[in-house]
Design a protein around this ligand. Structure first.
Ligand SMILES: Nc1nc2c(ncn2[C@@H]2O[C@H](COP(=O)(O)OP(=O)(O)OP(=O)(O)O)[C@@H](O)[C@H]2O)c(=O)[nH]1
Ligand SMILES: [Mg+2]
Length: 328
């Protein structure tokens, strides 16, 4: 770790850095916001709740600062082991933060559940932002403070927040102001990542996520929750990278749904994913998709481990480094 920090390059004495986590209910628009802040698509997005299953960072670097935004799974009251594992991921993201962004869908009727309230109350963080998202869906009335009105309508106490914002992660409205305010809250500190790096996740992970997004956006209610994706091969080649991703389903019948009539659905998923993958890597891609059954993967510990739920991420390495620096 020390060695890699040296490679990141010297920064000026006024350099500031820090972590900002985005927390909220499923579907609030957390991943859309992460992408808007970074200006690139890193996290996958769909209109289905619980799209995000893991922490994903988006890194914004300039000569003067580096801010690491952390997207998290939507907070729910867990009813099974799989969801308990998701909430473990959320708790991990809340360690050693500078800014907590509580993102609320301004059109929602209930902005929090008991688990989210518990997390919000328990986290120790210097700055708390209340961010009202999807304000493009609200009717603007002249002379009315949208954020305050919405906070009060949703039963949120403005006094508990350092600052409040109204944004649309979709149109980008208000996002620069949120970015600026986050940067203003950073403390002097080093770069944790290479300034060229946009996420702590590697291309293999992001590619598997893109395929998962296409399953979420193309298939009905149930099947997307029964799948997980894994990049089995990623070979860089001069003309086109060769990429093989497996889509795991829980049952044989789901396999048929993912493949579709005469393979039409799998073809569509593959075509849409390839476009996004090429956008991400900036190179041509040949994408091969396989569908396999992994019975009841959501219920077995082995498979939760296997798709990375208990593995330590690079993000926690950067945070550990930061804690070490704080102590010394
Ligand atoms: N109208 C509108 N829709 C938005 C906005 N932000 C996000 N959305 C939509 O809301 C849906 C959910 O967005 P996501 O970014 O996946 O939400 P999330 O909070 O990451 O959801 P989970 O990962 O499931 O917890 C998608 O259909 C987005 O296009 C916004 O500002 N305005
Ligand atoms: Mg998400």
């Amino acid at each position: 770790m020390e060695e890699s920090l040296h490679k990141i390059g010297e920064v000026g004495p006024g350099h500031r850095s820090g972590f900002a986590a985005i927390l909220g209910k499923p579907n609030a628009g957390k991943s859309t916001l992460l992408n808007a802040l970074v200006g690139e698509k890193i996290a996958i997005v769909s209109d289905k709740p619980q799209t995000t299953r893991d922490r994903i960072t988006g890194i914004v670097s300039t000569d003067d600062y580096q801010v690491v935004f952390v997207d998290t799974p939507g907070v729910i009251v867990p009813t099974d082991r799989f969801n308990e594992a998701l909430m473990f991921r959320v708790r991990e993201a809340l360690e050693s933060l500078d800014v907590l962004i509580h993102l609320v869908d301004a059109t929602d009727r209930e902005p929090a559940n008991e688990r989210l309230e518990e997390l919000l109350a328990g986290v120790r963080v210097p700055s708390r932002f209340l961010v009202m998202n999807k304000t493009d869906q609200l009717r603007q009335i002249e002379g009315v403070d949208v954020v305050r009105e919405t906070a009060l309508r949703l039963g949120l106490d403005p006094e508990r927040y350092t600052q409040m914002f109204a944004i649309s992660a979709l149109t980008g409205d208000g996002v620069p102001a949120l970015m600026e305010a986050t940067v203003a809250r950073l403390n002097p500190g080093p770069r944790y990542y290479d300034p060229e790096q946009l996420s702590d996740r590697d291309e293999r992970f992001l590619v598997a996520e893109i395929v998962r997004e296409k399953v979420f956006t193309n298939l009905g209610d149930e099947v997307p929750y029964a799948i997980f994706t894994e990049t089995e091969e990623f070979t860089e080649r001069p003309n086109k990278d060769f990429i093989r991703v497996t889509i795991y389903v829980e049952r044989e019948s789901q396999k048929g749904i993912v493949i579709g009539d005469g393979g039409a659905m799998l073809k569509r998923i593959g075509q849409e994913a390839r476009v996004d993958i090429e956008q991400l890597t900036g190179r041509g891609a040949y994408l091969e998709l396989w569908v396999k059954v992994r019975k009841n993967w959501r219920k077995t510990d082995f498979d939760l481990n296997n798709f990375g739920f208990k593995a330590k991420s690079k993000n926690s390495d950067a945070k550990a480094q930061r804690r070490k620096e704080k102590r010394s």
